[in-house]
Design a protein around this ligand. Structure first.
Ligand code: PHE
Length: 329
């Protein structure tokens, strides 16, 4: 077995010819790395007879320490060279502008809605996105196999359909009523999931739920609350109309439309008086308390507010699109 005598000299020559400091590690590893000639010689030690092995190992180790010392020196030379070049940096030059980030348009709208209701003394409550059938359906008066479940194209998490990605934020009504009882005034923004996708629907979108449980809660107060909110949100005293509708957990129920310029009547949210079965199931006496609830899709409101035509634009991560919503400084 031969040890190339000139290993150290050849390393020296290559180090002095190093024009780009970035190549340093590659050079070091060609002499000392896993695939270097030296490492191969070390692994061949095992095949030598014992007496030769000791002498050969000694020699290899001394070459190895020689190379290591050489590269260590070279490294400190390179770093000091870099620092001395750094001294030539002109500190008066303007810095590199990395640009300022901002909130996502959906976060901007969620924040706008949440802060309005917080000012009106609603508490904010966050619910679970992975939810049991009980909170998403059963406790909201959707019995198993009820046709109303068909309005929600559900992503089930478990084979036996006991857990799912919540289809609406109404699950938080149940959690909040069971946890805090009555009276209650709460708002709950968050993501919801439905098996649906086109230019106005996404499999994942955002809703805000509102719930008021109080002896004085009435349909009149529900109407007033929503009309005031919509006027505030759009900063426009637009016409608002309530159309009779159906949700299993509210009775009576309504869908709310706004008259939106040239677009005419547009549906923006669902609402109603909390069904007595729902209150009862949460341990609240429906003879003593009334409740009203409303739920709205934030992307829908954001599309109208910002004039976005395709809901998918919100989630394409296209910076040019998202930068339009940067706050002006
Ligand atoms: N959860 C309903 C939906 O997603 C909306 C709603 C909320 C309706 C609260 C009435 C009361 O369609």
């Amino acid at each position: 077995m031969q040890i190339p005598k000139d290993l150290i000299e050849s390393a020296q020559t290559k180090i002095s010819g190093l024009s780009n400091p970035a190549d340093f590690y590659q050079l070091r590893s060609s002499f000392l790395g896993k695939n270097s000639h030296l490492t191969k010689l070390f692994s061949s030690l095992k095949d030598l007879p014992k007496d030769e092995k000791i002498a050969f190992a000694k020699e290899l180790n001394s070459i190895k320490s020689g190379l290591e010392a050489l590269f260590e020196d070279a490294f400190s030379n390179l770093s000091s060279k870099e620092t001395s070049t750094n001294k030539n940096i002109d500190l008066t030059l303007p810095g590199i502008n990395h640009g300022l980030g901002s909130l996502h348009p959906i976060s901007i709208v969620t924040e706008k809605i949440t802060s309005y209701f917080e000012t009106n003394s609603y508490s904010v409550f966050f619910g679970n996105e992975v939810e049991s059938d009980f909170y998403n359906f059963e406790a909201l008066n959707f019995p198993a196999n009820h046709p109303a479940r068909q309005m929600h194209d559900t992503f089930y998490v478990e084979e036996d359909q006991s857990y799912l990605l919540r289809t609406h934020t109404s699950n938080t009504q149940i959690h909040a009523m069971m946890k805090y009882g009555a009276p209650l005034k709460m708002l709950s923004p968050g993501r919801v999931y439905r098996c649906d996708s086109d230019n106005t629907h996404l499999p994942m979108f955002t809703q805000v739920e509102g719930l008021v449980v109080d002896p004085s809660a009435s349909f009149g107060k529900l109407k007033g609350t929503l009309i005031n909110f919509l006027h505030h949100f759009f900063d426009d005293e637009m016409e608002v109309r309530f159309r009779p509708s159906f949700f299993p957990f509210t009775e009576p129920s309504a869908e709310v439309d706004i008259r939106f310029g040239k677009k005419g009547w547009l549906e923006v949210l669902g609402c109603g008086m909390v069904h007595p079965n729902v209150l009862k199931g949460c341990g609240i006496n429906p003879a003593q308390y009334n409740g009203f609830a409303f739920g709205m899709g934030i992307e829908r409101l954001a599309m109208l507010y910002f004039g976005v035509e395709d809901i998918r634009d919100f989630y394409n991560s296209d910076l040019e699109f998202l930068q339009q919503f940067r706050p002006s400084l």
